[in-house]
Ligand binder design. Structure first.
Ligand code: SP5
Ligand code: ZN
Length: 357
């Protein structure tokens, strides 16, 4: 087995250590850990893939996707938490919100940015599962560099490239974060690719959860096609509030968003049918480059999703995406079963490059 596709690595992606996630008020062990990318990297090295170090890229790439105030908050959130003494009193060693700027609170008006350090997280975070610690900004920023380096490789002529990075990004919005995501890495990559091709870029998201951040970032844009296949948010799965089939875009972006929603328990054939639908949709809409939001939490043994896709299914999903014959950048999203994550990612990549000439 040999994987020809290069993968991009940045050691700084390991620096984020959320330790826990607060779910229904209970602090549970974090599942989005550095061990995830370590396992993927091992599987790729085993396949003799070439590792490329991430190159630094300008912050301008971030502000093309995210709000300036949001970026500045994320960058300084941990430092201001420490300066305010919150790790000692009340003894919380990660930035975590306690009060939220719910839209209805201010009847749609813009809420004030809190001056209190302990209230500020609730202006920018939309859940309690996405904690900020000393290495969070460094890692999220490095993940963006990794994805942009993968874009560079493809622009330089590689048929495809994979960014082996974390934390994931597809739940991160223009001005808020959640779902274990901080910066929307795939969105940044898509905007960078857009400057290189004469036509729309497609982001196809096969993570088990709806890519709500990516959807919202491009909801009114016809130049970035966003398709996601995921477990039905209405059946009790994150992100709960959106990700339904009737969300097809707004304004100039009508028709440029596509959600394929699957029931819990969905297995290979139905999942692959949905992946094929997304690929065909991107083709019909004239996509000129492809970004894959590559989560593998649809895997049967994953603890965070009820989808039941086998290793073979991931290979075939890669093939369906490779058949588009587009310059392709794959960016790591979710996937939490350390025993299988490496093989599942590797199978997708092998499937993609088998089809891409
Ligand atoms: C990128 C990605 O896959 N994000 C997934 C975020 C969804 N997490 C939902 C977690 C719901 C509660 N999990 C219970 C186990 C606690 N460790
Ligand atoms: Zn996921």
């Amino acid at each position: 087995m040999r994987l020809a596709m290069p993968f991009v690595w940045d050691e700084r992606c390991r620096a984020h250590e959320p330790r826990s996630e607060v779910w229904v008020g209970v602090s549970t062990p974090a599942v989005e850990t550095a061990a995830r990318i370590d396992a993927i990297r091992s599987a790729l090295v085993e396949a003799n893939a070439t590792e490329i170090p991430a190159a630094p890229h300008d912050d301008g790439h971030l502000s093309a996707v995210h709000d300036r105030e949001f970026l500045s908050y994320l960058q300084t959130a941990w430092d201001e938490w420490v300066v305010a003494g919150l790790p000692e009193d009340p003894g919380q060693d990660r930035v975590v919100p306690y009060v939220f700027a719910h839209a209805a609170l201010t009847s749609g008006r813009r809420p004030a940015v809190p001056t209190a350090v302990w209230a500020r997280p609730g202006y920018f975070a939309y859940d309690t599962m996405t904690l900020v610690g000393p290495g969070t900004w460094e890692a999220a920023r490095a993940a963006v560099d990794a994805a942009l380096t993968a874009v560079d490789l493809v622009v330089a002529g590689a048929p495809c490239a994979y960014a082996c990075c974390r934390p994931p990004g597809h739940h991160a919005c223009r001005a808020c974060f959640g779902g274990s995501c901080y910066l929307n890495t795939a969105a940044v990559a898509a905007v960078a690719l857009l400057e290189q091709v004469a036509g729309p870029v497609a982001i196809l998201d096969i993570d088990a959860h709806h890519g709500n951040g990516t959807q919202e970032l491009f909801f009114d844009r016809p130049d970035v096609l966003v398709g996601s296949v995921h477990v039905d948010p209405g059946a009790g799965w994150f992100p709960h509030f959106l990700g339904f089939a009737d969300e097809t875009g707004i304004g100039d972006g009508v028709g440029a968003n596509r959600n394929v929603v699957l029931p819990p328990g969905t297995r290979d054939e139905e999942w692959l049918h949905a992946v094929g639908e997304l690929a065909e949709w991107a083709r019909l809409n004239g996509a000129r480059a492809l970004v894959v939001s590559l989560g593998v939490d649809a895997g049967a043994s994953d603890p965070e999703s009820p989808l039941q896709v086998e290793e073979r299914g991931f290979h075939r999903a890669g093939a369906l995406l490779g058949q588009l014959q587009l310059p392709t950048v794959l960016v790591q999203e979710g996937g939490y079963d350390l025993a299988t994550i490496g093989r599942l990612v590797r199978e997708v990549l092998l499937g993609v490059e088998e089809e891409l000439a």
